[in-house]
Design a protein around this ligand. Sequence first.
Ligand code: SD4
Length: 323
Amino acid sequence: MDRRSFIKRTGVASLGIGLNFHKTFSKTKNDITLPIVIATWDVKKATQKAWEILLKNGDSLDAIEQGCRIEEANEKGQSVGIGGLPDREGNVSLDACIMDYKGNCGSVVYLKNIKHAISVARLVMEKTPHVMLAGDGAKKFAVSMGFKEENLLTEKSEADWVKWKKKEKYNPIINIENHDTIGMLAIDKNNNISGGCTTSGLAYKMQGRVGDSPIIGSGLYIDNEIGGAVATGLGEEVIKTVGSFLVVELMRQGYSPEEACKTAIHRIVNKPGSNYQNFQVGYIAINKNGDTGSYAIQKGFSMTKYDMNGNENISSLFFDKKI
Ligand code: SD4
């Protein structure tokens, strides 16, 4: 069983970074080196993009937006952006949210025909007096901001949907193997934390269904004094436990990121009558010191982390009744 959570940090001296260190990295009080970015699932291209921005002294919010856009533009990813699997009626609809270190947030729900939902969410945060825009209003706003409308249903996703329709059996998919909803958390060199989350939601959901990903506190939460958390998996279960807010509040009480994620997962599996065997939920978290952790219900979840030690996909710990 894979019980590894995160890499031990290597001393700066042993890396031989030497005199240029201060130009390239900065340190938190606990001697952790910044910047750092983590994301749900195996999304090394996305963390690479975010890292490049962070390393150039970029802002954590820019790193998050640009990192998430990589997966939104990847047609092969069937749970985010273009190529996302549709609802039961064949519509691809996207949910996304973003939150910065000043406590600002923006989100879009049930956004159709615009692939970069994360960027629309950011503009909701920056250019409107609101936090959330939904459906036609979200699309109208996006178009007014210059986003291009396009068909998000790729041939492959359409063919999968047509195949699914023959049986119309609805079961949440436990782990989508290539990758899944992307949730990302970053700390820049100024020790500021931002986060984002973007998804096409559950495959073959009911038309109009909205998951946890655009709901601040459920799919994502950031408190720049404490840390951040982001969720993936069956959104209904995350919403019912206000998962990401819970993880951050547990870190406020002194839990490590890993312990906080684990406790939030236990909150789901220990509910009376929980049928947790049939679904997946995973959390990743980071605290103000740059410590990271993850935890999931089922085996198969992972986190990608890019810090000064490199870009690595790390298997997550998961719930095990025997422990
Ligand atoms: C949702 N949490 O819409 C998202 C889907 C997801 O891995 O994360 N899938 O419920």
